[in-house]
Design a binder for this molecule. Structure first.
Ligand code: MG
Length: 273
């Protein structure tokens, strides 16, 4: 399984285009507005089988999230915003049920910026939510993976230790550490390695110095500051065996698929034994 995979989105991406990338593995994102019924799950299961795609992760996203800059992320993303917690908890449990219907053994999401202060009310509330989701996922035999990058590796590690659930894992995205300016990705990977269950292969450049709240800029794989060759080599050295899921989030779909295809080619070369 140490081979290219793809991170794609249900409803947004044409499955035929995903299939044309020539990969066998993927991670599917579920938009916050998507209806999750048994019938929809059955349709997806059949479509994925017909496309020859095996999902390793189902990702939850939520209505009202905004990734424009760091303050927008802090205000709108994941489990941190208080007003949407109950709705997003219910949604995440529904995504876990949906993934179980597809036979997928891992769910994931961005939980938002975890406060560093373990006594903060938001920290306590988010910790309880993560426990609830982990326990629900465990009943389906699933892991629950947190996406990296919105906090430094040591903060994430401390938080996860505090949550204290065996099926709580990490989806490691090296570019996010750069885009959010939270740390050097290879060092973070080495710190978090025992908990990494899946990865995104995404690239990007650091935020411009002196611009408060700005995110860095995502780049096509191999063209940013991650050092994707070193990233893949470090994964190999650490014994990671899962697919290398290329991720590219850009508005223009044509550009996006061109870059996903380029990423798959690059990873195919890098992952060679
Ligand atoms: Mg990612």
């Amino acid at each position: 399984m140490f081979e290219p995979g793809v991170m794609f989105w249900a409803e947004r991406d044409d499955l035929e285009m995903v299939r044309s990338l020539g990969v066998r593995y993927g991670q599917m994102g579920i938009p916050g507005s998507m209806r999750l019924t048994g019938a929809v799950a059955a349709q997806w299961k059949a479509a994925l089988e017909a496309a020859g795609l095996t999902l390793v992760t189902v990702f939850a996203a939520y209505e009202g999230e905004d990734y424009a800059d760091i303050p927008a992320v802090a205000r709108t993303v994941g489990f941190v915003p208080e007003k949407t917690r109950a709705v997003r908890l219910a949604r995440t449990l529904a995504v876990s049920d949906f993934a179980a219907q597809l036979g997928v053994g891992s769910i994931a999401c961005h939980i938002g910026f975890v406060p560093e202060d373990a006594g903060h009310a938001d920290y306590v509330a988010v910790r309880e939510m993560v426990r609830t989701v982990s326990d629900h996922a465990a009943r389906h035999g699933q892991s629950f993976a947190l996406e990296t990058g919105q906090e430094p590796a040591r903060v994430l590690l401390g938080f996860m230790g505090d949550v204290d659930r065996r099926n709580l894992r990490i989806n490691f995205d090296p570019a996010n550490l750069i885009l959010y300016g939270t740390g050097e990705p290879i060092a973070a990977l080495e710190t978090l390695a025992p908990l990494v269950i899946s990865v995104h292969c995404k690239d990007g450049d650091w935020p411009a110095p002196g611009v408060h709240g700005a995110l860095g800029v995502e780049r096509p794989l191999g063209e940013g500051s991650v050092g994707i060759g070193r990233f893949v080599e470090t994964l190999r050295k650490l014994g990671f065996r899962g697919p290398l899921n290329v991720e590219r989030e850009t508005e223009d779909q044509r550009e996006r698929f061109r870059d996903l295809a380029g990423g798959v080619r690059l990873l195919r070369a890098l992952a060679r034994p």
